[in-house]
Ligand binder design. Structure first.
Ligand code: TRP
Ligand code: SF4
Length: 326
């Protein structure tokens, strides 16, 4: 089986946007790939370096969501970046062959420097973010990387590092390819893109009441002023939730909406029920792991052990070609 690696920074609880944007794909990729799923706690530190967040706790909460959504520790290697020191060794070696210009030109770097004003991002680690990401991927020689569009510049830098390394030291690494899923765009309760930083998200761990309340607040088709006006699901900020989570036989919402056969209140009620039903088994597993956090920690220890075996093999080969360590 081909090997894939992907990672997420530990942001704590995951929301429905994270589910449809990444986790859902991670779950089904388990059927056809050997999967390595990593908590990028050191990447989180590139921007949160002042000790004000509890990375351990955020890590466990996020992994609980992963497990609840169907990431299966018997099939996939689930691990924490900081527990596999081989990433750091490879990062150091890659940092020797990575020209600063590649990093300074990195669009995600330039973007963050321009837009994030409440933090000082002039630290070395943040500039080197893509180099660490390259080490994450290549220490397992992963050939595919499921990522969102926003990560493509980082993957391109990974591929450039591969080419340069292989040019200097021989064909050691494969050039990894992205796996880009089709990602439905979910909106938050304020009509903007669902995002933790906008504080508008519906979380996997939210209670049924919270989910009802949040969906009630959501924007529909603003062109539909009266109940008797026909609506347009494509203009409705709630409809994407319906498409992503309603699992039963789909009543013809599009017909009902465009012909004013249903009111938005009633329609959103149905959407909320769909989301709640979808989340039911996920939440059951979530509360199991919430009560058995030791089991989660054991999974991560076992994951680190399996990850280290693979990573160490790559590093032996790397040390050999680089001619370090006697
Ligand atoms: N940078 C990724 C993100 O913010 C997380 C990440 C770290 C990652 N290392 C990775 C993703 C390796 C894919 C492969 O989403
Ligand atoms: Fe959206 Fe449903 Fe209202 Fe149509 S009827 S605008 S799909 S909430």
């Amino acid at each position: 089986m081909e090997r894939i690696l992907s990672g997420m920074r530990p942001t704590g609880y995951l929301h429905l946007g994270n589910y449809v944007g990444a986790l859902k794909q991670w779950v089904y990729l388990q059927d056809s790939y050997e999967c390595f799923y990593m908590v990028a706690d050191l990447h989180a530190m590139t921007t949160d370096f002042d000790g004000n967040i509890d990375l351990r706790n955020l890590t466990v909460e996020m992994v609980i969501d992963w497990l609840a959504c169907g990431i299966d520790p018997n099939r996939s290697v689930i691990f924490v970046q900081s527990m596999v020191p081989q990433h750091l060794e490879l990062f150091t070696i890659f940092s020797m062959i990575t020209p600063l210009g590649w990093l300074e030109r990195n669009p995600t770097y330039k973007d963050a420097k321009e837009n994030i004003k409440d933090k000082d991002l002039s630290n070395l680690g943040f500039l080197a973010y893509p180099v660490l990401q390259a080490a994450d991927i290549l220490v397992y020689k992963a050939s595919k990387v499921p990522v969102g569009k926003d990560q493509l510049p980082h993957l391109e830098i990974t591929r450039e590092i591969v080419r340069r390394f292989n040019y200097f030291f021989g064909e050691v690494f494969p050039e990894p390819q992205p796996i880009l899923g089709e990602v439905p765009h979910l909106y938050g309760i304020d009509g903007r893109k669902m995002s933790k930083s906008y504080n508008n998200a519906i979380y996997i761990k939210d209670s049924e009441e919270e989910i009802y309340k949040k969906i009630k607040m959501m924007v529909t088709d603003i062109g539909r002023a009266r109940r008797s006006d026909p609506g347009n699901p494509d203009e409705c900020k709630t409809f994407p939730l319906y498409k992503s989570f309603y699992q039963e036989v789909i009543p013809d919402v599009v017909y009902e909406c465009t012909n004013a056969k249903i009111g938005c209140v009633e329609c959103k009620d149905r959407i909320a029920k769909g989301v709640i039903n979808f989340l039911k088994p996920i939440k059951e597993r979530r509360s199991y792991y919430e009560k058995n956090r030791d089991e989660v920690i054991d999974i991560l220890k076992e994951g680190a052990k399996r990850a280290k075996e693979v990573a160490e093999k790559t590093m032996e080969e790397v040390r050999e070609v680089v001619k370090i360590k006697l």
